[in-house]
Design a protein around this ligand. Structure first.
Ligand SMILES: [Zn+2]
Ligand SMILES: [Zn+2]
Length: 381
């Protein structure tokens, strides 16, 4: 099932196809801990493994994506496009910044993690939603969005110290960056070494904090970004702009920006996946004798032959005039639902021709009523 060069997600996590959500979670945590870049500095193989594990978990931990994967396998191409699920067209990096905090918080006990709260940490992901018309989803587009996010302070270059100010040895920890903290526990009095809060574990403090960020190292900025909306997106499509989330801490990578799309309904076309449906009204003689009618499509009006004897409710098709498929592979079709209009506004001559047609077809029709008959009808019960 897997495309060349790509491992089966179950294999990646080392679980069976029937694994429960719990088994998947356990397997993932075990592997993620083992191959995390922090535990394998500079090891490219471990990093690749780590990405694989995250991708597999991303799919298998999500009921819907997992079902889709079980049924269809990989959709689209292997990396660098990244996971075929979740619409990460912008590639690069891996997801789950928050998860790392969660994961390592629980495994390594937060602050006690090697005494380095100053290790690189991925910035938070941001998510925003965007409404687009069906036509935009058809053609694709470029849109400008404004994102407010935390960035490293440009004034102090993320150091928190006013440029040129004197750096002092931290008085709280004497420059060691760590302090001892005693706590009474059921096992007796325990002494724990924790990073110094006063200097953030650096052992140094700036004499003058940065005037811009007041020493917080970070500033909030509003940025205008260009979002590329690929052809064929649908409601629920999540676009990923790698690295456009909040800045990482201590040199860690930035988080990602996700754009959740909401495609509006269209007054003319109804969408069903890659197919479009449209209703076209024809007159009785056109349905009976056949005709060439105009059909709206996103490529303009197209001529469609209605064959003689077309029944009301018939569905005709123009190939490739549906929505583009998100991952290439051409377009769906345009389905034309034929509605036959029954005229209510025939001229006297039209009515006469109709009754002639009725007698030709040997069908009984109601006699045309005069004015007084109509009045009588109204008052009879
Ligand atoms: Zn600053
Ligand atoms: Zn200190």
């Amino acid at each position: 099932m897997a495309s060349p060069g790509k491992k089966d997600y179950y294999e990646v996590l080392g679980v069976s196809k029937g694994a429960t959500a719990d088994e998947i979670k356990r397997a993932y945590r075990k592997l993620a801990r083992k191959y995390h870049p922090d535990a394998n500095p500079g090891n490219a193989d471990a990093e690749a493994r780590f990405k694989e594990i995250n991708e597999a978990n991303d799919v298998l931990s999500d009921t819907q994506k997992r079902a889709q994967y079980d049924q269809f396998g990989f959709v689209g191409d292997a990396p660098p496009q990244g996971s075929p699920y979740g619409g990460d067209f912008f590639g690069g990096g891996f997801e789950g910044g928050d998860l790392f905090g969660d994961l390592f918080g629980s495994f390594f006990g937060g602050a006690s993690r090697g005494g380095s709260p100053n290790g690189p940490r991925k910035g938070s992901d941001l998510e925003m939603s965007m409404r687009v018309t069906l036509e935009t989803a058809y053609r694709g587009a470029s849109r400008e969005v404004e994102v407010a996010r935390e960035e490293n302070c440009p004034h102090c270059d993320g150091s928190g110290a006013e440029p040129g100010s004197k750096i002092n040895v931290c008085s709280a920890c004497g420059g060691r960056g760590q302090v001892e903290r005693a706590a009474n526990t059921p096992f007796g009095r325990m002494v724990q070494v924790v990073p110094c809060a006063a200097c953030g574990g650096k052992g140094k403090t700036a004499e003058k904090p940065c005037a811009e960020c007041r020493g917080s190292k970070r500033v909030r900025r509003s940025r205008k970004l260009e979002v590329k909306i690929p052809k064929g997106v649908d409601t629920g499509t999540r676009l990923r702009m790698a690295g456009e989330g909040e800045a990482g801490r201590n040199g860690g990578p930035s988080g990602d920006l996700f754009i959740l799309l909401d495609v509006m309904t269209d007054s003319r076309f109804q969408r069903d996946g890659a197919d479009l449906h449209v209703r076209v009204e024809v007159e009785i003689p056109q349905a009976v004798l056949g005709a060439s009618v105009s059909v709206p499509t996103f490529e303009g009006t197209e001529k469609l032959d209605i064959p003689p004897g077309t029944q009301p409710g018939s569905v005709l098709r123009i190939k490739n005039r549906g929505m583009p498929r998100l991952r290439g592979n051409g377009n769906g079709d345009m389905h034309i639902h034929v509605k036959v209009r029954v005229p209510k506004d025939l001229s006297a001559r039209g009515k006469q021709l109709m009754s002639e047609l009725a007698s030709e077809m040997k069908v009984e029709v109601a006699e045309e009523k005069g004015f007084f008959d109509k009045i009588k009808d109204k008052f009879s019960v």
